[in-house]
Design a protein around this ligand. Structure first.
Ligand SMILES: NC(=O)c1ccc[n+]([C@@H]2O[C@H](COP(=O)([O-])OP(=O)(O)OC[C@H]3O[C@@H](n4cnc5c(N)ncnc54)[C@H](OP(=O)(O)O)[C@@H]3O)[C@@H](O)[C@H]2O)c1
Length: 264
């Protein structure tokens, strides 16, 4: 799998999200553990979570038991309240030992949380800082935080049906040298529900693409400004399928256009 530089470290370009898929309890937690193990075995290293995702942070931590050093954990603070942010950070540090990339989720109370995260970074408990937003309406605010020089990475949505980041956010990330995590590469699953036929995907086979999911991931990752895509899955076999999309050859403009035309 190809590596790209995220906040000073080389990481594989396919990671894994945990929204919904890891908000599980009881016997279903075993299934989430199997997804993480399959992902690690396939070379996935970046795992993204948040206190917003219910049990996901805790379930991810349990899934990484014994293999924590193989993972690059990206999680978030998500609360308007500064004291609550401290509690979220204490819980995450207890679960993960250290947080590799700590992000402010959806720019909620960025000012207070960045101060906390900078302190934790100075103490060596956090390695890099980031900010996320899922809505294009907040991209000008995100751009301001990017320009502040206080963060190392951003997390934004990007897929053939959601391309607003191309206007300002990706060029700015490139100019500032920031890492870019891509959320929602499958549009929360909306883009994968009715996949094109194998015949329609045939021109992409020479690029190592066997499935529609891989075509969508390669569409994202063929833009070198995108550092890591973090698709979520509840199925171990899909963790390996997604990981396999993380290597060259990358699409050129023609292949990207084809994927755009094939999608829903
Ligand atoms: N504001 C924020 O910071 C924010 C907002 C949204 C998301 N995120 C992060 O980004 C991550 C990814 O986004 P997302 O979870 O919203 O959506 P996504 O990754 O675009 O889509 C997830 C869906 O795709 C399906 N899927 C996965 N691999 C597939 C494959 N190879 N073929 C076909 N279908 C496949 C999964 O179903 P199965 O389970 O059946 O495989 C799941 O329903 C989140 O988990 C979260 O970590 C962050």
């Amino acid at each position: 799998m190809e590596m790209r530089r995220l906040a000073g470290e080389d990481v594989p370009v396919v990671g894994m999200g945990t929204w919904k898929t890891f908000d599980v309890r009881g016997p279903r937690e075993t299934g989430a553990h199997a997804v993480v193990r399959a992902g690690l075995d396939a070379g996935i290293r970046v795992f993204d979570s948040s206190p917003m995702y219910g049990a996901a942070e805790r379930v991810l931590a349990a899934a990484l038991d014994g293999r924590r050093e193989e993972a690059y954990v990206a999680t978030k603070i998500w609360t308007p309240d500064a004291a609550d942010g401290e509690r979220q950070a204490a819980a995450a540090l207890d679960w993960y030992g250290r947080v590799d990339l700590y992000q402010v989720h959806n720019l909620v109370n960025t000012r207070a949380h960045l101060a906390l995260l900078e302190r934790l970074r100075d103490e060596g408990r956090v390695r890099a800082l980031g900010a996320t937003h899922c809505s294009a309406g907040a991209f000008s605010e995100l751009a301001e935080v990017m320009r502040s020089g206080r963060i190392d990475a951003i997390q934004v949505p990007y897929n053939p049906r959601q391309r607003e980041v191309e206007r300002e956010i990706l060029p700015l990330a490139e100019e500032l040298g920031l890492g870019v995590l891509i959320m929602r590469p499958f549009g929360e699953g909306a883009l994968t529900r009715r996949p094109p036929s194998p015949e329609q995907l045939a021109p992409l086979r020479e690029f190592g693409v066997e499935t529609w999911g891989q075509a969508l991931l390669k569409w994202v990752l063929s833009d070198p400004r995108c550092t890591v895509a973090i698709p979520a899955t509840s199925r171990p076999e899909r963790a390996a399928e997604n990981a396999a999309a993380g290597s060259a050859p990358w699409f050129g403009p023609e292949e990207r256009k084809l994927v755009q035309a094939l999608g829903p």
